[in-house]
Design a protein. Structure first.
Length: 175
């Protein structure tokens, strides 16, 4: 008798990302993930009790990867924080694909996830301070977040996206 396949939570998230990237967010179900992983639905539900938990796992994974690319605002200052935020946006363009927009929308349907997201934004905005430099950096940060929303809705192409990020970066240069 052969050994039953085992898979880790991280392995399931990798397979879930593949499903989203190849078939879109609507294709991600517990059943589809179980089939792709070669395990039972119960095996998936051992790691993720619901689709909501699975989506949260994907978003948390993406956030952790993204956050690792961004400098600490309190150590580096607001301008360097926003510059690193823009650099992280540029380097993770695949993660901003419109297919993941559906996951983000589903993620924000959960009131707990909205509170967690709002708390993260409040925390970042509090750390900017009120100097002239901090206000410029805060405005640039908000512009980048607006650009991300535009990207999620498919309003750009890569060339336009990079040009707009260049504009935001230039807005932080001393006049």
């Amino acid at each position: 008798m052969g050994r039953k396949p085992t898979i880790s939570r991280d392995g399931l998230l990798t397979i879930a990302e593949d499903i989203v990237n190849s078939e879109g967010p609507q294709a991600l179900t517990i059943d589809a993930l179980a089939k792709a992983a070669g395990i039972s639905k119960g095996g998936v539900q051992y790691s993720f009790a619901s689709k909501d938990e699975l989506i949260k796992g994907l978003i948390d994974r993406w956030n952790n990867q993204f956050d690792a690319l961004v400098v600490d605002i309190e150590k580096s200052g607001p301008i360097e924080f926003v510059r690193s935020y823009i650099a992280a946006m540029r380097s993770s363009q695949g993660a901003l694909d419109a297919k993941l927009a559906g996951l983000m929308i589903a993620y924000l349907q959960n009131p707990n996830n909205r509170v967690e997201t709002a708390d993260w934004y409040r925390s970042i905005l509090r750390k900017f301070g009120n100097s002239q430099e901090a206000r410029a950096a805060r405005t640039a940060f908000l512009a980048v977040e607006g650009l991300m929303l535009m990207r999620i809705t498919g309003v750009d192409d890569t060339e336009e996206w990079n040009a707009l990020l260049d504009d935001v970066e230039a807005s932080m240069e001393p006049v």
